[in-house]
Design a binder for this molecule. Sequence first.
Ligand SMILES: C[S@@+](CC[C@H](N)C(=O)[O-])C[C@H]1O[C@@H](n2cnc3c(N)ncnc32)[C@H](O)[C@@H]1O
Length: 286
Amino acid sequence: MVNTKKKQKPVSLSHGRPPAVGKPKASLSSKATRNLIQTHHRLHKALADATRQGDEQTASAIKQQIEEKGGLKSYQQASIQGQSGDRGGDTSRILLDWLPKDLPKGRTIRMLEVGALSVNNACSKSDVFDVTRIDLNSQAAGIEQQDFMERPLPDSNSDKFDIISLSLVLNYVPEALGRGEMLRRTCQFLRALPVLGFGESAPDYFPSLFLVLPAPCVMNSRYLDETLLNQIMVTLGYAMVKKKLSTKLIYYLWRYQGKGSEKRHRFRKDEVNPGKTRNNFCVILE
Ligand SMILES: C[S@@+](CC[C@H](N)C(=O)[O-])C[C@H]1O[C@@H](n2cnc3c(N)ncnc32)[C@H](O)[C@@H]1O
């Protein structure tokens, strides 16, 4: 029998729709949105490489190109459009679907949303979370302009959070080592004590990290797969609670146990999945 099924083309990283909510005024086509996001990521990666190599001339030429293409603001607009209802919707809906239905109302559960583009996503609207939103470039009142990597560390447990949302942010970080540092830093913002008063099943879900990535970062990379991601997260003190794979995105909920593995592992750039059609997404943990 002839196999009529078309061979599936491996998905590129750019296929992963980076996100948001609400529609910008002038609507771009899905393809134009994707191109803009892809170009922004590519230029940022090139800028990081040039900066690392001390090549100031190339770095400043790339910076100019980024600005000519509208910079972070245009990228965010494209992301907002990419996550409008007609193009797949807001990723935080998945988190709400996963969480127990008996969580207390009244915005008592503290959430830190890193890379927030809107104050109106499902979690913000839910009446469950007291959301602190930050972004490198604030697009709205209610979003603090701040780099998570420079956010002052919490002084006390009450300044920490029950959940951190890192939705389509880790893949924005241009370098593998920076990604590992970002994941490591999340632990310092989460309450390590058992959660009380959030309902019977809440301790199974909090404190936690909601992590969303373009699916190809995990499913089609030479340097990362699910086993490796899991090892990195376990080393940091996380355990996977939930996972969902869609055609474009991969969603995880990781509960923070407060203690990483006994032995401190290092994760370098090692090839786990050879192949010409794969991408180079990688997380390094020193
Ligand atoms: C693709 S958007 C994701 C928006 C939103 N989280 C979502 O899922 O729709 C990525 C956002 O992360 C922000 N971002 C990247 N690195 C960041 C950092 N270190 N601190 C704060 N925001 C960051 C960028 O400015 C950008 O607005």
